[in-house]
Design a protein around this ligand. Sequence first.
Ligand SMILES: [Zn+2]
Length: 131
Amino acid sequence: MEFCGHGMDRSWCYLCHLEGGGVDPRTAWGLDAEDGPVPWERRREPMTETQAGHVRFLCEEFGEPFDESLTEHEAGIVVRSFLEEPMSDRQRRTLRWLCEKSGAPMPEDLTYRQARSQIRKLVALRGLRSA
Ligand SMILES: [Zn+2]
């Protein structure tokens, strides 16, 4: 096994995956508001580059095909539905590693969104480099 800069196995480290995924880090961590001022029914424009990066990243996480032709509106729906899926295997392994290091209990049955914020919290506690 090859250790990454975070001390985890590079093959499943969620942080490395996120950093190397070509996705805007603030978006990937869910720090930017996903809803803009434009009403949903008017968002027929093609998805933005930031959205496309995020959707592509999540499709890879869940082994789903990436559809480049999504509108802004559709991309928003796809992202939200992915976030309510159970956490990914990569997240689970990263979270378990972080919990072991921190002596925190390993939470089970998290959604992707919940696991993401949990990972971010533990990463901050450990002072690991992340977005
Ligand atoms: Zn890493």
